[in-house]
Design a protein around this ligand. Structure first.
Ligand code: F0G
Length: 457
């Protein structure tokens, strides 16, 4: 593994994991209809399905859990949570929600109407679907560099400003009740967005009177990249950079399951009082009272503490170094990955790795099945199953890249786990014919990757 700072923590508690036999794995994936989401977590050895809600909490967070005030209204942990989030984001209103997508739903159902458009660098799948659910259209306007897995451009998550302005002029600002940006750009490879780009995007939206929101799930990792890669930012603290970043926005949606280092939770931050009122009414209807929003008091405490731990720069140096080193390890055994590695995951270019499987047969999905079969590893396809569509004539529309994401839970796996993954990949690389394409036998209308069923070709 490459040279990066060792863990700035030590292990106080462990959880057993087990590699079941090949025959058992074969049975398990068959019974799951070749959908890795349907495999029991106990049958997984190393789980890189997501970095969301899978963090190891610290002793400090667990201690905070014991101080949970479970009063229905006005619990003390809410005020600690609110004060912490305000100190990081500067937003006037902080609305707790049980996770990021609940915030998305509350926000979009309060402000969007059918026919509206919502641009971003790249919307994450739940954001995309929540916009569509309101009859509106999510629109991704990423710079060209971000659409290619090769190339070392430092901020591949940036928005293409010219295209964004052309888009606003074309559809008209009255059709765009909100403009967004995702940091880091999860669906585009976990790539960061530069502070300058965020500032310019904000200026552009505001020039046309469009409110600007940040999807902030991985904002701390994004701000660490800004510190390391952006000119003039190296001497600032990550917290200072974060504060400036949020100052350009009118609000944010946040899943605390990522850079909140919590197992559940999220929030909406915003400044607009009319939107706040609308959202709060709905919050009470579906999530809970204003001071707990679908969470227990103890969860709010774990988030408040986790948010600060995720801004610790020794932690971030280890975290980002670990991901980079994991990517180098995979590249060293001949696996093409999205370059440079992003903040929370290594994205394998499955299209390039498996050129013999046509995209209509889902090479990325095939690779997730192969990783499980070969090594009990769970990864997620971010390709045609997740983002593919059909045009009016029934022809396939493929997303720009066919990726498989190995998302790394925070503070969970060690170097030897990553070496094991590389070994499994090199076995697959030696026998690519063992990876099979698939056909869908069942799919729902929205978010099909979660529940689709397949058969192997
Ligand atoms: N926005 C982004 C950029 C995300 O990555 C996610 C979740 C959400 C919003 C929704 O948050 O899960 O708390 O409801 N991403 C997870 C992932 C699920 O695996 O990337 P949530």
């Amino acid at each position: 593994m490459g040279d990066f700072p060792a863990e700035p923590y030590r292990i106080k508690s462990v959880e057993a994991i087990k590699l079941i036999t090949r025959e058992e794995r074969e049975k398990s994936i068959r019974e799951a209809k070749y959908n890795i989401f349907k495999v029991k977590a106990e049958d997984i050895y190393l789980d890189f399905l997501t970095d969301s809600g899978t963090s190891a909490m610290s002793d400090n967070q667990w201690a905070g859990i014991m101080t949970g005030d479970e009063s229905y209204a006005g619990c003390r942990n809410y005020f600690h949570f609110e004060e912490t989030v305000k100190s990081i984001t500067g937003f006037k209103q902080i609305i707790p929600v049980h996770q990021g997508r609940a915030g998305e739903h509350l926000l979009f159902s309060s402000i969007l109407k059918p026919g509206d458009k919502v641009p971003s660098n790249t919307h994450f799948d739940t954001t995309h679907a929540n916009i569509q659910f309101q009859g509106a259209e999510p629109v991704d306007i990423l710079i060209e560099e971000g659409l290619h897995s090769e190339g070392q451009y430092p901020f591949k998550g940036n928005v293409d400003l010219n295209k964004l302005e052309a888009f606003i002029k074309k559809v008209g600002p009255e059709k765009i009740p909100i403009g967004m940006i995702t940091v880091t750009n999860n669906s585009g490879g976990g790539q960061p967005v530069s502070l300058e780009n965020i500032k310019q995007v904000s200026k552009l939206y505001h020039k046309y009177g469009i409110p600007f929101f940040i999807d902030a799930c991985r904002y701390a990792e994004n701000c660490y990249f800004i510190k390391m890669r952006e000119e003039g930012q190296g001497d600032r603290s990550v917290k200072e950079i974060a504060r400036e970043m949020f100052s350009y926005a009118d609000g944010c949606t946040m899943s605390a399951k990522k850079d909140g280092l919590a197992n559940i939770g999220g929030f909406i931050g915003l400044n607009d009082e009319a939107w706040h009122k609308k959202i709060t009414t709905k919050l009470i209807l579906i999530e809970g009272f204003r001071t707990y929003g679908g969470l227990a008091g103890r969860d709010l405490e774990a988030i408040a503490r986790g948010l600060l731990e995720a801004l610790d720069e020794d932690y971030l140096a280890h975290r980002i170094g670990q991901i980079k080193s994991f990517g180098e390890l995979l590249a060293s055994v001949g696996v093409p990955i999205v370059q440079p590695t992003g903040g929370h995951a290594v994205f394998v270019d499955a299209g390039a790795f498996l050129p013999d499987i046509p995209r209509k047969d889902f090479p990325g999905w095939g690779l997730t099945v192969a990783l499980y079969r070969e090594g009990g590893i769970r990864a997620v396809e971010i390709g045609t199953v997740m983002f593919g569509a059909k045009d009016e004539k029934g022809n396939d529309i493929f997303p720009p890249m066919e990726l498989v994401r190995l998302a790394v839970p925070r503070r969970v796996y060690t170097e030897s786990h990553f070496k094991y993954v590389a070994k499994v990949f090199s076995r697959i690389a030696e026998n690519k014919k063992s990876v099979r394409g698939l056909k869908i036998t069942y799919q729902p209308e929205l978010l099909r990757h979660f529940t689709s069923e397949f058969k192997e070709i």
